[in-house]
Ligand binder design. Sequence first.
Ligand code: FAQ
Length: 330
Amino acid sequence: MYTQALNTAETDDRGLEDAAKAAQFQARIDAEERIEPNDWMPAAYRKTLTRQISQHAHSEIVGMLPEGNWITRAPTLRRKAALLAKVQDECGHGLYLYAAAETLGTSREELVDAMLAGKAKYSSIFNYPTLTWADIGTIGWLVDGAAIMNQIPLCRCSYGPYARAMIRVCKEESFHQRQGYEIMLTLCRGSDEQKAMAQDALNRWWWPVLMMFGPPDATSQHSDTSTKWKIKRFSNDELRQKFIDATVPQAQYLGLTIPDPGMTQDADGHWRYSEIDWTEFKQVLAGNGPCNRDRMAARRKAHDDGAWVREAAASYAAKRTQRQTAQAAE
Ligand SMILES: CC(C)(COP(=O)(O)OP(=O)(O)OC[C@H]1O[C@@H](n2cnc3c(N)ncnc32)[C@H](O)[C@@H]1OP(=O)(O)O)[C@@H](O)C(=O)NCCC(=O)NCCSC(=O)Cc1ccccc1
């Protein structure tokens, strides 16, 4: 009885201590201070950041597949060099992001395993096929365009390593967006057939790109806490609206039609759009998009094929540490 009372008092003390720490943590966030890896943080903050950053990393890596598909078929040497560089950049983004996620205490192996086991998501957009060269232009223009819109506010995210990684990522995404738009401009100024190809790609990618921003605010389960912790600075719907407002004039300049006949412009300049097909989004998240199975199969194969590289790197690192320890002991 006495021991139980002591235990309860101890638990109460710990509870009070944690509540005080949580209040102090929130005060730091409210004061726009950055949270760093060794700082105290609530378990739920660590968990949601690990979830978001690792899913972001998986998206960058899986995102290499649809464009990688066109490296050998790029129409000119200049286009090929630019596309190759872009796909390599996406790989680099994935690596910074895995490193940022690891600072929260989960190893890269565990993060990757969760993705390969289908437990961790990657962006819905990478489950759509790249059927023509115009899809490569459209990905740069719209997918990277949407990624920038979402990631610029993440440069001010409360978690230091994520915010800092986003600065470089956004600079590179900006180059990607321009190379995509320039492909579209070239196609739209080309033959009728080329322009039709650009329009067809826009028709297929428009709605999936709008889904990249996530579910509507009313059903976004993580938004409230992520906003309170200043991981998110804008809601899913706010960023979607900003993206649409920025993109409509770009489409007009290309002479392309956004595949939403219900679109109208408000007196305040915002473009009102038709209802998004959230059933399609849910289907893609459930693994039933046009390319989900192909993407997972390609990732699993790449992971298996790379096993010997990981083993060799780990063995080399172990030998080097052994040598350094022996030298230090001399
Ligand atoms: C806005 C959101 C994506 C979602 O807001 P949150 O507050 O986190 O969630 P919310 O409560 O609103 O949603 C409920 C559930 O729905 C999930 N879900 C939502 N949307 C999607 C989706 N579209 N796809 C799949 N799942 C989605 C969400 O995870 C959650 O499920 P969970 O509980 O985790 O199982 C946020 O995580 C974020 O900003 N992430 C960082 C940016 C990032 O990851 N960018 C990736 C593109 S990088 C790129 O494109 C660069 C590139 C270009 C070209 C080529 C190659 C590379």
